[in-house]
Write a protein that binds this ligand. Structure first.
Ligand code: 8YV
Length: 329
């Protein structure tokens, strides 16, 4: 009988780092390659490990339930709102994500998006390409980073990497989280509206999911005000997208820079039509270098499990004490 510890179900694209890493020690059942997905899942219902190579693969409790022996789901991405962590915690299934290895890349992208939005660099580039510079200079930008305070919504590893960059730029940073991070030198706001009122830029970098859904709504945008700029590097779900569109159209805020959307990859045509927004296609961590490190962490979590060791990066809801599910049985 084949060793069950070495059987892994792979959900999502067959990425080279994931494939070669898993296949070095395990038998990999590739859902992506299956002709009849349901039949394939039923055939492999006895697996104890699932690797997931994309955050676009949804993993609700009803999916995990189909694998009665499931012990671990190792997923790609630091965000894990595509998985039901509460269900996993209650059923002794360990979930892992890929924190840390993408912090600097996402922080770089956040600063790029902030600068592009404040100084209108993509708009100015379009202007040059359209041959308009020969007619007259691009207008001076209404916004500058020079007189702005940035309010970070969220202050995890990526938020702190963004704050360090802003320190170097000489831009004051404050932040909103549920709990104050006592070791940080930045002013903490327990109330998001209070912070929005005091700053000129809101930069969202909180986890997605129910706890943060639509937390940046019309009230927060109005508190940010007509000179305010919103940057979203978190999840589309964090911002009330129709309220944002309305606030931009009515000039109740100045501009927005977005890397994430409510229904990716669909971007509302109203946003595409507006000139005071900079739109990126969810590429915060999207370099070959960083994605390979994220892929490798998916592999390393599975290989640790296969070797009977603790997973490297379990999510908060499923801390490792022993082999969760095995211990619960
Ligand atoms: C991923 C991300 O690249 O890690 C995350 O949570 O948002 C990004 O780094 C993204 O999920 C890819 O779709």
């Amino acid at each position: 009988m084949p060793d069950q510890k070495k059987q892994v179900l792979l959900l999502g694209p067959l990425k080279p780092v994931v494939m070669s890493g898993l296949e070095s020690a395990c038998i990999v059942h590739k859902v992506h390659a299956a002709k009849d997905r349901d039949a394939f899942l039923a055939e492999h219902a006895d697996v104890r490990a699932i690797a997931c190579s994309a955050t676009t693969e949804k993993i609700p409790g009803s999916f995990m339930e189909r694998f009665p022996n499931l012990e671990i789901v190792a997923s790609f991405g630091v965000g894990y709102d595509h998985m039901d962590a509460k269900w996993a915690g209650a059923h002794g299934v360990i979930l892992t994500n890929t924190p840390g290895v993408l912090n600097e890349e996402v922080a770089d992208t956040a600063l790029g998006l902030l600068l592009c939005t404040v100084r209108e660099l993509p708009q100015a580039e379009r202007y040059l390409r359209a041959g308009k510079w020969r007619e007259r200079d691009y207008p001076l930008t209404r916004a500058t980073l020079r007189d702005r305070t940035v309010g970070l919504v969220g202050m995890g590893g990526i938020g702190q990497a963004i704050a360090r960059r802003l320190d170097a730029f000489g831009v004051p940073v404050v932040y909103h989280t549920r709990q104050k991070r006592a070791h940080l030198p930045y002013r903490h706001y327990a109330n998001l509206i209070d912070m929005a009122r005091d700053v000129d830029v809101l930069l969202a970098i909180v986890p997605g999911g129910a706890a943060t859904a639509n937390m940046i709504d019309a009230k927060v945008l109005d508190a940010l005000g007509p000179d305010g700029i919103l940057i979203n590097m978190a999840r589309g779900s964090v911002v009330d997208e129709p309220a944002l569109i309305k606030a931009l159209q009515d000039k109740r805020i100045l501009a927005a820079g977005l890397d994430v959307y409510a229904k990716e990859p669909n971007v509302p045509p109203e946003l595409i039509a507006m000139d005071n927004v900079v739109l990126c296609p969810h590429l915060g961590s999207g370099s070959v270098y960083t994605r390979a490190r994220m892929d490798q962490l998916v592999v390393d979590n599975i290989l640790a499990w296969a070797a009977g060791k603790p997973p490297l990066t379990p999510v908060a809801e499923t801390p490792w004490h022993s082999w969760g599910r095995a211990a619960m049985r």
